[in-house]
Design a protein around this ligand. Structure first.
Ligand code: CQA
Length: 294
């Protein structure tokens, strides 16, 4: 039977509201930033190996805040190189914000931006049809593989675009995160496979192991303050619950059993820890780095 619950993804205004709140209540961007500053520079040191132009592809770049931080690390590691940056993002609002930000930054004259307002699979189609032979030195896909039909096929395609010494960076929630536990129990009731996949880095690692594709991996500690979820009728709590379940108006539309079950699991030590009267949901992220196929 089809789930009667509507996906949050169907209401972009509400999604953006939830997402903004999530960013305020979580350390998601901070932990990515720490990784970008502390670990990524070493990963980027070997890309390109002496080329004067580096090709970068950002898949699902959003507003581009995190992209620009990575580009800045890349430019610091390779002083004087030119960067050709392909941005792939289906949301025109997000792409617009990205363009505005680029227009306001003074120190980006070494980087050219190509704006692709499309999904990853449309980009793949476009690349194949135009018979583009350009290879990439650095490709990143941050928190986006949930939204493709076949994460394994998407990874294969983008990995095939890597030049010698190129790197593909994938970030998703970790299998050990609260998300992993929540989906382990409620996947069939919450996830609409047509819209998004409940995929974690644990799934991607199993897939790569099965294919015999080597990778490096990292775990990033992160949490999300979900305390308000447990106060009935609280507006903030309802937005956070929508984000956690990816269901539009979850409290209003889920059955009482599902609602109670989800709330109980969210509080459970498998998903969250209590600290100073706050409930902190485990939002740990996993990073996977792939080299060019040899
Ligand atoms: C849409 C869908 C997903 C979006 C979006 C818009 C998204 C961010 C911004 N706008 Cl229509 N996705 C996103 C961002 C962060 C993040 C996750 C997804 O951590 C991961 N999800 C599962 C762990 C959270 C629901």
């Amino acid at each position: 039977m089809a789930s009667p619950l509507k996906s949050l993804v169907c209401d972009d205004d509400r999604y953006q509201k939830c997402f903004k709140l999530f960013l305020e209540r979580s350390s998601e961007h901070q932990c990515m930033r720490d990784f970008i500053h502390n670990t990524l520079p070493d990963i980027l040191a070997s890309v390109g190996s002496g080329k004067s132009l580096l090709n970068v592809i950002g898949v699902g770049s959003g507003e581009g805040l995190v992209d620009l931080e990575m580009l800045s690390q890349l430019c610091q590691k390779h002083p004087g190189v030119l960067v050709d940056n392909e941005v792939v993002e289906p949301s025109s609002q997000q792409l617009y914000k990205y363009k505005v930000m680029v227009g306001q930054k003074p120190d980006l004259e070494h980087i050219t931006f190509t704006w692709n307002k499309m999904t990853a699979s449309e980009f793949e189609e476009h690349w194949r049809q135009k018979n583009i032979t350009k290879k990439a030195d650095f490709i990143h896909m941050l928190q986006m593989l949930y939204y493709v039909k076949d994460p394994g096929a998407t990874i294969s395609f983008f990995q095939s675009l890597l030049d010698k010494n190129g790197k593909l960076l994938i970030i998703l929630v970790s299998g050990e995160s609260g998300w992993g536990k929540l989906w382990g129990t409620y996947r069939s009731q919450l996830c609409n496979e047509e819209i998004s996949q409940c995929v974690t880095t644990a799934d991607i690692k199993s897939l790569m192991d099965a294919r015999g594709v080597p990778y490096q991996s990292y775990e990033l500690q992160s949490h999300m303050d979900i305390t308000e979820c447990f106060t009935e009728g609280d507006q903030t709590g309802e937005l956070l619950l929508d984000f956690l379940t990816e269901v539009l108006d979850f409290s209003q539309t889920a059955s009482p059993e599902l609602r109670q079950g989800v709330l109980q699991l969210l509080r459970d030590p498998q998903c969250s820890e209590e600290k100073g009267g706050r409930v902190l949901f485990n939002n740990n992220l996993g990073v996977i780095v792939l080299d060019a196929l040899s």
